[in-house]
Design a protein around this ligand. Sequence first.
Ligand code: GDP
Length: 321
Amino acid sequence: MTEPLIFVAGHRGMVGAAIVRRLRALGHDNIITRSRQELNLLDQQAVSRFFAEHRIEQVYVAAAKVGGIHANNTYPADFIYENLMVEANLVHAAHTHGVQKLLFLGSSCIYPRLAEQPMREDALLTGTLEPTNEPYAVAKIAGIKLCESYNRQHGRDYRSVMPTNLYGPGDNFHPENSHVIPALMRRFHEAKERGDAEVVVWGSGTPRREFLHVDDMAAASVHVMDLAPDVYQANTRPMCSHINVGCGADVTIRELAETVARVVGFEGQVVFDATKPDGAPRKLLDVSRLSAMGWNAGITLEQGLRDTYDWYRAQGAEVRS
Ligand code: GDP
């Protein structure tokens, strides 16, 4: 009998790749991955066949269509359709093939736009969502409810983690479609190289965001997957089972821009383009649930940005396309 496998769906993405690194560092050599060419997660029958062909014991659902404020606003149909299909196909196929353990990765944008800060898990579905990424958020909320429903109806142990804004090696550095950290890192880097006097940052600079390095996210994900069921159940409820993952502190976009400029070594002016949207005014997670389960973030923003910038500089032109 072969050893049961850990399937990391989405291993080419920033988070999936970090989960694979983390699992390997912990000594797991029974990891299975599939590229998009090998397995199309939008294809229900292909996903079902894949589960039928392998003895899978755990699934990390790190596959998702993700992007920053501009991408979410421009491609809302892609964001809701692809995320709904991928999570429904994976959760249902895992269940029908007897997989007891699964971890679904969501996002802090599931919470209402004006949720009380820091946002607790039970703020879910208490108010209107931020319009710029509502389709994505609705798909992620459906993912949490899929997991809870299979647990309640079928006795599965499917858990969910909701990360705050993530960044790190493997991020998408596209100039328009990326999230704020890679966007600014690239813009400051290119401005430094050209000797520009100023760099434009979108919005007013006043929104507040919490950022978590992807290696911390991967460590938290494996921690939650491996928690004993009684510890998980004691800290969650069947219909509020998701767990926030963050570092517990936030910064303004202006402060972030200044920190990125320092890390990159850009010495010019930072100017704000108020014609670009701000998105939610503040997004800070309450991480007391996760803390009570024994995990806290370890990488500071400045350390994490330096690590990401080292990675960015070590890449060829392909991350800059
Ligand atoms: P959000 O947390 O879903 O809003 O994700 P983003 O990472 O896309 O944006 C975070 C904040 O950074 C928003 O207030 C943006 O307006 C602001 N921001 C400033 N400059 C940029 C930029 O160049 N790209 C992106 N994506 N956001 C930026």
